[in-house]
Design a protein around this ligand. Structure first.
Ligand code: PEP
Ligand code: MG
Length: 541
């Protein structure tokens, strides 16, 4: 048995077989190869790629529908396209390099040509070309297909991007363990929202021989056991049963009011990242959706989601929440959240770059499509719009004017829309400092403590090396929250917290005393928080 220590992202215990998630190694050029032989290797790899894509297409059509399966059909056509194979042949003949490098190089060149086009449709195809070329390279290198095994598994990886995480099938995962990553990353947030036992920053060197080995994740104590001893398994099984019992006890809070002992109503809402989360009883029982991270719709798709596709999702969320407020945050991509089908300009400091509302303002067509979908869905329930990463009244003014214009366009087209409240994420120090002015412009504030912490403490939430700064910096973040609550109260608008700090039951009383009206948390924390709120009395002591 080997024991590795790491940081817990989500409690809970998982036991099962390991699956290793391997990122492909960079492609090296080897000169002096026989072009004829390399060409035959390339052709054979292309045939294998086509066979893989046909299987994937059929699987996707069965499991997620014909529309989503189309991407694999398009990839298959690219693998068979003479434009791609001719480009590879040319590289082989001119450079006498290995087929792996020729396929990679030709794919990159074609992708760059597409990226240089104005049309966003063709730009988006660049990622498809890279995907197809990458598949051929992987086959040439003899690497396995990057799919999850049939049965449930514990996934071990060096690191995972949010888009890799969202694409994993929930039912296949028992737990997730990464050697990199930090507890505040979006990958960690996804694991929490799925209530998956998960560890990040685990001290381990991934070893190929671990594939299929039995393992256990102790999310409570931050431990990974490889090939655990029977006594350890026995102890973990007992604790797992105890945890399930406690979770069942919390379900007693189903349908109860979220109010303090002395009767102050608090809204305890759920953070979601897609419609699947609405299948959880606890989400429907929450007092609303305090944060719908809409970017995950974009990350799990194979192309920019259309207005119709988004409308269907937002409408369904509004209807299923049956009159409770659903706060849809406009797409917050950029930084660590990058869709596979769009290559963003590389940035030196992406967390300080073109993310959140900055991305939306730079891509008005994408923003317009989303706003149209939200405004239309608002006719079917109580929807609010939340704008991420706001830094100034000028920027907010631009955003609100854009939304007004989109609403006018819909009215002119006689398209049915509904009324929406509009709010902003308070997650940059400048939004806190200018809170009095921003509060005059919107209906509510939602404090994003994850980013507010990273930007206040200048501590990258992705970087585990600086995570120790976070506890000591908490008083600074609490002052930021207090200032925001005051700005909101002075202007008579409501304020909530939707960052991870909202789930910290040790702070609940402080938050309520500051005037926070809504706490929005990962689904499985709703009942725990409702219980905590019920223990608090805000009467003057
Ligand atoms: C936050 O920053 O606290 C937040 C809720 O947004 P996200 O974690 O998605 O950046
Ligand atoms: Mg944020």
């Amino acid at each position: 048995m080997i024991i590795c220590r790491g940081n817990s992202v989500c409690g809970g215990i998982a036991m099962g077989k390991i699956h290793l998630w391997k990122k492909s190694l960079p492609v090296e050029a080897t000169k002096g190869r026989d072009p004829e032989q390399e060409w035959r290797r390339f052709q054979e790899a292309c045939r294998t790629a086509v066979r893989e894509l046909v299987i994937l297409e059929e699987k996707a059509a069965r499991e997620v529908g014909e529309a989503d399966a189309l991407v694999f059909e398009a990839h298959r056509m690219m693998a068979e396209d003479p434009g791609f194979s001719d480009a590879v042949k040319e590289v082989l003949q001119k450079e006498s390099v290995n087929a792996e490098y020729a396929a990679y190089f030709a794919g990159e060149q074609l992708a760059e040509q597409l990226e240089s086009l104005e049309d966003s449709y063709w730009k988006a195809r660049a990622a498809d070309i890279r995907d197809v070329a990458g598949r051929v390279v992987r086959i040439l290198k003899g690497e396995d297909c990057q799919c999850l095994p049939e049965g449930p598994c514990i996934l071990l990886a060096q690191d995972l991007t949010p888009s890799e995480t969202i694409q994993m099938e929930k039912r296949s995962l028992l737990g997730v363990v990464t050697s990199g990553g930090s507890v505040h990353s979006h990958t960690a947030i996804l694991a929490r929202s799925r209530n998956l036992p998960a560890l990040v920053g685990v001290e381990m060197e991934l070893d190929e021989n671990w594939e299929g080995l039995s393992a256990a994740v102790d999310g409570e104590r931050g431990l990974l056991y490889l090939d655990p001893d029977p006594e350890v398994l026995e102890e973990l099984a007992l604790r797992k049963a105890e945890l399930s019992r406690k979770e069942e006890e919390l379900a007693a809070w189903f349908g109860k009011k979220s109010e303090t002992k002395d009767g102050r109503q608090v809204r305890i809402c759920a953070n979601i990242s897609g419609l699947d989360d609405l299948d959880l009883t606890v989400v429907l029982d929450a007092d609303g959706i305090g944060l719908f991270r809409s970017e995950f719709l974009y990350l799990e798709a194979s192309d920019w989601p259309s207005e119709e596709a988004q409308f269907a999702v937002y409408k369904s969320a509004a209807e299923r929440m049956a009159g409770k407020r659903v706060i849809i945050r406009t797409v917050d991509i950029g930084a660590d959240k990058q869709p596979d089908y769009f290559s963003m300009e590389p940035e030196e400091n992406p967390a300080l770059g073109c993310r959140g509302i900055r991305f939306s303002l730079c891509h008005p067509e994408i923003f317009r499509t989303q706003l149209r979908a939200i405004l239309r869905a608002a006719a079917y329930g109580k929807i609010s719009i939340l704008y991420p990463m706001i830094t100034s009244p000028e920027e907010l003014g631009q955003v609100l004017a854009f939304t007004t214009q989109v609403k006018k366009e819909l009215d002119t087209e006689h398209v049915l829309t509904g009324e929406v409240e509009q709010g902003i994420m308070i997650e940059t120090p400048s939004a806190v400092l200018l809170g009095d002015r921003l509060a005059e412009m919107v209906d509510f504030f939602s404090i994003g403590t994850n980013d507010l912490t990273q930007y206040t403490l200048a501590a990258d939430r992705q970087n585990s090396l600086v995570q120790d700064l976070v506890p000591a910096g908490l008083p600074a973040v609490l002052r930021m929250i207090q200032m925001t609550a005051r700005s909101a109260a002075n202007q008579g608008i409501w304020v909530g917290i939707c960052g991870d700090l909202a789930a910290d039951t040790g702070l609940t009383e402080d938050f309520l005393r500051m005037g926070i009206e809504e706490l929005s948390v990962a689904p499985h924390s709703v009942w725990k928080l409702r219980k905590r709120v019920g223990e608090i009395s805000l009467d003057p002591i």
